[in-house]
Ligand binder design. Structure first.
Ligand SMILES: Cc1cc2nc3c(=O)[nH]c(=O)nc-3n(C[C@H](O)[C@H](O)[C@H](O)COP(=O)(O)O)c2cc1C
Length: 460
């Protein structure tokens, strides 16, 4: 059954589609940057980013999702040589600065970007977000991450990377500051822009926040006036136990990477935690990472996949994962049981792999496969659409599409798979009006059951 914009397939489901990328040479599928059919090497110039934005909007994607890390991956073999040689997430430019440019050539496309809570002070960061939200007409999302790179922490003035759960405590305080500035500091009626009386803002509607938390002390008020969404759409990507609780309280979209068998469990668990804090399970969308390799036929897709595998760099993949885990994998036996891993780095994907199989059966080799080629879905457009539908049945709401080549992967997907998904009524044919949050949730501002709504000024 074909569907118009707004009426969707079984259960009213509409798949959220994001192009997942990073302002660097080599993002997830390591080694492929050397190919002639990818533009990622041109990341320092504006043109490929503008092209990507136009392509994504033509395909009615929800957003371009920009990952980012602060710091070198220098755990593998005890140094950053592999990362530097392979362009593995270094050199890396700032993601935020791409957004106004990409917004200029699009009207509806959203922009999710990543910023960790160690890298910038929440007072100045929240003003940057507000500025972006103004300039884009409310199309911004922030992926809140807590960081995992020792080198990054040391470059930011920390003696060492704070412990895993301590980073989440800091993130709680960081978000309190941001919410108070975005939601509470300026009332809805503070901006008068009264040219007759020459009064721009009513001082009675602007108040300090006087925040005194364990990590930050911020007087306020917010220096920027309220933007269309006030708080940007909140993404979150940690899925350890602590990360899932954090997601349940704060996130509107949770980005997960899990073996497909583990998706049901992780989606159910996050929704259970969302309910436990008094929010509706539909208030949070689960976005899975997926690397689609599309061919006109299955055979064509398999040939393309085989060709990519030839160019993939296992060495850079191991450097990436070693940095994620803070564990040097250069001497790890791939058959070693994964239960033996102890990490202060990223725990979510490890947890989801362990949860998806019987105890003792998952190995380091499985984790290495998941990190790179494990997210590949290879096939004809119909087969890719089938695979996406299966994941929908597992509780997923959308996908961050990981590229092998850019913009090639996105073009193949839009030309091949999007028409099939449209035919099945599973993706939008045109954009809904409004801000990114209105497009995703049908509301401009954060919902009343979200924790941050408690910081709003009450009308007197
Ligand atoms: C799918 C996924 C994507 C992530 N992307 C980033 C990123 O771009 N930048 C970053 O600093 N951390 C990123 N992270 C790390 C986490 O979001 C997180 O803040 C943290 O390191 C702890 O995660 P945990 O709760 O899974 O242990 C990502 C994690 C996952 C699972």
């Amino acid at each position: 059954m074909a569907a118009d914009a707004g009426t969707f397939g079984a259960g009213g489901r509409r798949i959220i589609l994001n192009a997942f990328t990073m302002n660097c040479v080599s993002h997830i599928q390591q080694g492929l940057w050397v190919r002639d059919d990818t533009r990622q090497r041109e990341y320092t110039s504006l043109e490929p980013w503008l092209e990507l934005a136009r392509i994504c909007e033509a395909g009615c994607f929800d957003a371009v999702f920009l990952a980012d890390v602060i710091g070198l991956y220098d755990t593998y073999r005890g140094n950053a040589d592999t990362s530097l040689r392979e362009g593995m997430q270094v050199p890396v430019n700032d993601p935020m600065l791409l957004i106004p440019a990409m917004a200029t050539v699009t009207e509806h496309l959203g922009f999710a970007f990543t910023s960790n809570v160690l890298q910038a002070h929440p007072f100045t960061f929240s003003r940057q977000i507000t500025t972006l939200d103004h300039l884009t007409g409310g199309r911004v999302a922030w992926n809140v991450v807590t960081s995992y790179l020792q080198n990054g922490a040391q470059s930011l003035g920390y003696e060492a990377l704070p412990k895993h759960d301590t980073r989440y405590e800091r993130a709680e305080d960081y978000l309190d500051v941001c919410y108070k500035l975005w939601e509470g500091s300026w009332s809805d009626h503070a901006v008068l822009a009264d040219t007759e009386r020459g009064v721009y803002a009513d001082p009675a509607g602007v108040r300090p926040i006087d925040h005194e938390g364990p990590y930050y002390s911020v007087a306020g008020p917010h220096l920027a006036e309220p933007s269309p969404q006030r708080t940007p759409v909140i993404y979150q990507a940690g899925s350890s136990d602590r990360g899932r609780d954090f997601a349940a309280k704060h996130a509107e979209c949770v980005f997960v990477v899990a073996a497909s068998r583990g998706l049901t469990r992780i989606a159910e668990d996050i929704r259970r935690r969302v309910r436990a804090v008094g929010r509706h399970p539909d208030d949070v969308k689960i976005i899975a990472g997926l690397s689609p390799i599309v061919g006109g036929t299955e055979a064509e897709a398999k040939a393309k996949h085989a060709d990519y595998l030839e160019t993939l760099s296992l060495e850079a993949g191991l450097a990436h994962l070693s940095g994620n885990l803070n564990v040097d994998l250069s001497h790890i036996d791939p058959d070693q049981p994964l239960e033996t891993l102890r990490t202060e780095g990223v725990r979510g994907p490890v947890k989801s792999l362990l949860d998806s199989a019987r105890p003792g059966s998952r190995t380091f080799g499985d984790l290495i496969k998941l990190n790179m080629a494990g997210q590949f879905l290879v096939g004809s457009p119909e087969q890719i659409a089938d695979g996406m539908e299966r994941r929908l049945d597992q509780g997923v709401d959308g996908f961050n599409l990981v590229y092998a080549t850019t913009p090639g992967t996105f073009v193949d997907f839009i030309d091949g798979v999007v028409p099939v998904l449209r035919e099945r009524g599973l993706v939008q044919r045109e954009y809904q009006p409004g801000t990114l949050r209105e497009k995703l949730f049908g509301r401009r501002r954060l919902g009343e059951t979200h924790y941050a709504s408690g910081f709003r000024q009450q009308r007197v």
